[in-house]
Ligand binder design. Structure first.
Ligand code: SF4
Length: 85
């Protein structure tokens, strides 16, 4: 399995949901410990995303990222409203 992040340009019709999730999870699991955000910070970031109108099927429509991948990294922010997280 590739450890590269999923290609945001792929159409969802080209990849099923489980494959996308497995790919995102593999990417997150591959992050070196020093680059990871603490689990509680990840949870709070994702709670913000879950209440955001820009979330669509795990993807931020503002930037095309998979929010679970973005939130997992320590040095990251919401690309649309950095004050959110
Ligand atoms: S990253 Fe920001 S804009 Fe995107 S879904 Fe999360 S809170 Fe919304």
């Amino acid at each position: 399995m590739s450890l590269l992040p999923p290609c945001p340009r792929c159409l969802l019709s080209e990849i099923d949901g489980q494959t996308v999730y497995r790919s995102v999870k593999a990417y997150v699991d591959s992050l070196p410990e020093e680059l990871r955000a603490p689990a509680e910070l990840v949870r709070s970031r994702l709670a913000v995303c879950k209440s955001c109108d820009c979330l669509l099927s795990g993807m931020c429509v503002k930037c095309g990222c998979f929010v679970e991948a973005r939130a997992a990294k320590a040095v990251q922010h919401c690309p649309f409203t950095p004050s959110k997280w």
